[in-house]
Design a protein around this ligand. Structure first.
Ligand SMILES: Cc1cc2nc3c(=O)[nH]c(=O)nc-3n(C[C@H](O)[C@H](O)[C@H](O)COP(=O)(O)OP(=O)(O)OC[C@H]3O[C@@H](n4cnc5c(N)ncnc54)[C@H](O)[C@@H]3O)c2cc1C
Length: 446
């Protein structure tokens, strides 16, 4: 009879972090199965394949993955170059997934629908720890069932975008006008050019994705001057969106803030701050966006298209039979909430964390990657690589390696602080350098 010990570890999602988990499990010689809903690995990154990321290659490749690839004819990309999403896929994720030792354990087109403990529901405690997990995945219209020893949920948040309605719920008329809203990052200059040229486009959101969309719309406007760019943000002050600019340790990330400020100074974009969207009204094929700016009602007529970049949220629907400890507001792994809560600070750097912080009440169950941050938007791939390195070490019984967490992350150059908080990070101090922090001497967040 197969014992629990010999069962594989299930990884949910073959994004950068799920793939890194697979690489670490391979290096540790632990069996695994990697379930991927899409037809390829890194399918979420491929949805914005045309965008150049802001962290150079040296942060984007996991150490165990590099070790496995180094034993092949793989050419390591230039450490300092900035890849596009497509280059990440072609030069790293694809060759990694094609390694025979990984490939044979990846199940594509397998969307995990539910996970529970074999024969016991969430309420039952006695004997629970020794029971395998049951993973059910939908594949080619059939539900397949697998028994596994533990689960690493790396399913991300990208597939559950937030609505544009200001309260986190759909604005009235949002669902009815879905065909006019792009949730994500359209390829404005190529694939989706026809959709946006000479149109009046509203971008909603204040993160890097929104900035990318606006910069591309501005290039489109140079070619098609009839293109109008509107930008709605909930923030009170647009300068809060500019980020660390010259002080960002990732020059490309800082450059986004510098470029967007230029566009605004030159009146290339109409900006609506403190805009809380309530309703979309479609009249004669033009949308009027209705909301509030403080106490004032604001109506923005004549919009053809909306690009929604309001962030995303984790999907817990398939985890209802698993005992989880999730932060009630961020929906992050509970232990991480104080490190990443944008209500407290906006540091791009987080205190090192690993298996101990990511452990869930149900043994051998972990939520990692961008999903571990819940709704907080500051996740970097390098953080996830360190998370899974530590978790896999623990699963292999190497608790010393699991505890010895190091995080090597570039800082944003912005570390704003909630002055009421004792968990303050580094104030407005600027540290444009790379920090390596060990658990033993890690401060609050910077
Ligand atoms: C425009 C842009 C630029 C960025 N630039 C940078 C950068 O410069 N540096 C950086 O570090 N990060 C950057 N990021 C962030 C980075 O891309 C994400 O943090 C990273 O993709 C998260 O990886 P993940 O593996 O946690 O999740 P994802 O990449 O979202 O992967 C999750 C995977 O899980 C699969 N999945 C989901 N649900 C299920 C299910 N139920 N069953 C099976 N499979 C499932 C999905 O299909 C997907 O393949 C950027 C993001 C964007 C949008």
């Amino acid at each position: 009879m197969e014992t629990n010990k010999s069962l594989p570890i299930a990884i949910i999602g073959a994004g950068p972090v799920g793939l890194a988990a697979a690489a670490h499990l391979k290096v540790r010689n632990l069996p695994f199965l990697l379930f991927e809903a899409g037809a390829t690995v890194a399918s979420n990154i491929l949805s914005w394949r045309h965008i150049r990321v802001f962290s150079p290659w040296r942060y984007n490749i996991d150490k165990a993955a590099r070790q496995l690839l180094s034993n092949t004819a793989w050419q390591s990309p230039d450490d300092e170059a900035l890849p596009t999403g497509e280059e990440l896929y072609n030069e790293y994720f694809k060759p990694l997934a094609e390694l025979p030792s990984l490939k044979s354990n990846i199940i594509f087109g397998a969307k995990v629908l539910s996970i529970g403990r074999k024969n016991v529901d969430k309420m039952k405690t006695w004997g629970r720890e020794s029971l395998p997990y049951v993973v059910q995945a939908l594949r080619e219209n059939e539900i397949e069932q697998y028994y596994v020893k533990g689960v690493i949920d790396a399913s991300g948040t990208w597939n559950s975008p937030n609505p544009i309605g200001s309260g986190g719920v759909y604005a009235l008329g949002e669902v009815e006008n879905h065909n006019r809203i792009f949730y994500g990052i359209p390829d404005i200059l190529n694939q989706h050019e026809i959709r946006y040229r000479n149109k009046s486009v509203l971008v909603v959101g204040s993160g890097h994705s929104a900035i990318n969309a606006i910069l591309e719309l501005d290039k489109l406007k140079e070619k098609y001057p009839g293109t109008e760019i509107h930008w709605a943000v909930r923030k009170n002050n647009i300068s809060d969106v500019y980020g660390g600019q010259e002080n960002d340790a990732l020059a490309a990330r800082g450059a986004l803030g510098i470029k967007i400020e230029e566009l605004i100074i030159n009146d290339r974009v109409s900006v609506y701050t403190s805009f809380h969207i309530q309703q979309l009204i479609n009249q004669e094929n033009k949308l009027t966006i209705v909301g509030f700016q403080g106490d004032q009602r604001l109506a923005l007529p004549g919009i053809d298209e909306i690009i929604s970049n309001t962030g995303s949220r984790p999907d817990f629907s398939f985890l209802s039979e698993v005992r989880l400890n999730i932060d009630t507001s961020l929906e992050s792994v509970a232990e991480l909430a104080d490190l990443i809560d944008p209500n407290i600070h906006s540091c791009g750097t987080v205190r090192p964390h690993g298996e101990k912080e990511l452990r869930q009440p149900d043994k051998n169950f972990y939520i990692v990657g961008s999903k571990s941050y819940g709704r907080a938007p500051t996740f970097l791939m390098a953080t996830g690589y360190e998370q899974v390195r530590s978790i896999v070490a623990a699963l292999a019984g190497d608790m010393e390696a699991a505890r010895n967490v190091e995080l090597d992350l570039p800082e944003t150059g912005v570390c704003s602080v909630d002055l009421n908080s004792t968990a303050a990070c580094c104030g407005n101090e600027v540290k444009p350098k790379i920090q390596v922090m060990k658990r033993a001497n890690a401060g609050a967040c910077c």
